[in-house]
Ligand binder design. Sequence first.
Ligand code: ATP
Ligand code: MG
Length: 356
Amino acid sequence: AATPTKRYSITLLPGDGIGPEIIFVTKNVLKLAGSLEGIEFSFQEMPMGGAALDLTGVPLPEETLSAAKKADAILLGAIGGYKWDKNEKHLKPETGLLQLREGLKVFANLRPATVLPQLVDSSTLKKDVAEGVDLMVVRELTGGIYFGKPRGFGINEKGEDIGFNTEVYATHEIARKRRGQLCSVDKANVLEASMLWRKRVTAIASEYPDVELSHMYVDNAAMQLVRYPKQFDTIVTNNIFGDILSDEASMITGSIGMLPSASLGESGPGLFEPIHGSAPDIAGQDKANPLATILSAAMLLKYGLGEENAAKRIENAVLDTLNRGFRTGDIYSAGNKLVGCKEMGEEVLKSVDSPV
Ligand code: ATP
Ligand code: MG
């Protein structure tokens, strides 16, 4: 290995369910890929989610948040499980995740949806539509209708029960490192908040002449995503539309165990995590697919630390491992080699070590 020149501290939040298994495997991959690029990591493991509730009584202990804020990047496994599902809101693992995002002020959520050539058959779309899909949904994460006030329940003039929410939008800058095509998704023909969104996106785009900007209404975008997803490179949209479109995009790839995500702020450390949950049904059985988390570590290197070479090493190692036929249960098809979480991790390590 090259002599370490760069040092980064990473806060690991294994969390619940399959979280600890996938984080263990990913930590080793990150360590090796880093060392081959002259990077040395110091890892700090902190409790979060249900694990933290059991240990400290809260889903996001202060020590965990302050460690995360001081780190160069944060890698989260998954949180939640049946055990805590009936807890009051402030004692739910998921509340800890919201508090973490707020505490870190991460406002942009990046979710790539890539159909890998080796896994075209797991897509829900026809082969010719799915092949070659490589897109990214950028979702605004901390604003919009999920947080806007006023909100609540009431009674209308006819005496009927109503629920109401408000969409309020401030403005942000958007950064990207992809193919230079940006599609902004809104509902500017109906919603005032969308009209402001479109105005701001257009204004900001003028500072990026290398980026080709287009606009699409959300209803059309939902349709186009299943009709011809290859037309998209980067999609940028608000919180609620992004929530829906990123789930839709994830089904194009068909394999929840393969999908990473990143949440970034203006400055400060980014938060990186697989999009899947804690999968309590398979926790502790060495069945989880660690690739979504391993690919999240690649995003950590690329978008969190700017270490694109190390990121590429991990991405290539994942492709190489799939090429060599290794599959966890969720992506298995006949003719391949069925492996568990640990063994998949070991195979990825081999591929990082000696790329083909
Ligand atoms: P969330 O926690 O976000 O609400 P959820 O509880 O609906 O999500 P997951 O925990 O993601 O869902 O699990 C959904 C299904 O996908 C489960 O059957 C789970 O076993 C499976 N699954 C999720 N992640 C993985 C993985 N990494 N490898 C294999 N299977 C997985
Ligand atoms: Mg869950």
